[in-house]
Design a protein around this ligand. Structure first.
Ligand SMILES: Cc1ncc(C[n+]2csc(CCOP(=O)(O)OP(=O)(O)O)c2C)c(N)n1
Ligand code: SF4
Length: 292
């Protein structure tokens, strides 16, 4: 599904759009937080593209008035990369679930971090598959009983923060939907940061996850000291692998890597965005002929 915002003043959704989330869902504060960040940056809706896959979290782009692409399960990242490379001036934000980004889209996550487009990826981590009614996702704790894992989950959960740091992602952070003011600060910094930014945000699913509630996330997290050296990868990795209480805040941030847009040849000599360029049939025909 593709949506397009024309010249509009703000990100307010038309009243006719019917929100499908359950009352109390952690997606609501995330939606409000993203809207606040976009308003605060003085961006116009036509400058922003939200991209998602499938799931409850993946419905978020339909509730903000801007460009959006709501695609296939797990496939948000290739689309977001394509949007950014075609039009580098767009602010491109992926907003999707832990199943979508870490499970079905896990392979894309790895290779998008390697490629390093200047995009922000916000993962609503409710530690469950919400839309399909409570099966285990890649972040569900071992032993958790679900409708499809009646004897408990046997796979150990993925650690997305450690994974992203190991791939040298330029910005890696974790927020809590139950603390939207700090989440707003973190997401704002993620959008401003050059290169691939990952924000994993704890999001209670009040219907299908009765373990990881608002209170559970409050009791099992703490904020890392803000004046740490966030360019220190070893220290970031140490925090990422803590299990007693889960750290919140920015784990790792650096600008040592070139972005995808800076690396590709066709922007080195000509800054005109791809979407404004005509199709060069001679090059295309020569390429096809060379494959025969
Ligand atoms: C290829 C594919 N596999 C499975 C599904 C079924 N499916 C739809 S949403 C979903 C889980 C979504 O979970 P998550 O990404 O964590 O988002 P949430 O609903 O919890 O926000 C699944 C398994 C699908 N639509 N497509
Ligand atoms: S099922 Fe869970 S994730 Fe989905 S809208 Fe309801 S509370 Fe939110």
């Amino acid at each position: 599904m593709i949506g397009s915002a024309h010249i509009k003043k703000n990100f307010t959704v038309p009243a006719s759009v019917d929100c499908q989330w359950c009352p109390g869902c952690g997606n609501f504060p995330i939606l409000q937080t993203i809207k606040n960040v976009l308003q605060e940056k003085d961006l116009a809706p036509q400058d922003v593209t939200l991209v998602s896959g499938i799931g409850q979290a993946a419905k978020l782009p339909q509730y903000i008035e801007c460009n959006y692409f709501n695609g296939l399960h797990g496939r948000a990242l290739p689309v977001a990369t394509g949007v950014k490379i075609a039009n580098p001036s767009q602010t491109v934000i992926v907003t999707s679930g832990d199943g979508d980004v870490y499970g079905e889209g896990g392979n894309h996550l790895i290779h998008a971090i390697r490629r390093n487009p200047n995009i922000t990826v916000i993962v609503h981590n409710n530690m469950i598959y919400g839309l399909t009614k409570g099966q285990a996702s890649p972040t569900t704790a071992e032993g958790t009983v679900t409708p499809t894992q009646p004897y408990g989950v046997i796979d150990s959960p993925i650690n997305p923060i450690a994974l992203a740091i190991s791939l040298d992602a330029p910005f890696v952070a974790r927020a809590n939907a139950g603390d939207p003011l700090v989440a707003q600060k973190i997401i704002s910094q993620a959008i401003d940061h050059k290169g691939f930014s990952l924000v994993d945000i704890f999001q209670p699913c009040v219907v299908f996850n009765k373990i990881n509630t608002y209170q559970w996330f409050k009791d099992h997290t703490y904020y890392m000291e803000e004046d740490r050296d966030v360019t220190d990868r070893t220290e970031a990795f140490r925090h990422a692998t803590e299990t007693d209480r889960l750290p919140l805040g920015i784990f790792y941030a650096h600008t040592r890597r070139k972005t995808f847009e800076e690396s590709v040849d066709f922007y080195k000599t000509d800054r005109q965005p791809m979407y404004l360029r005509g199709i060069n049939c001679a090059i295309r025909n020569a390429l096809i002929a060379s494959q025969k």
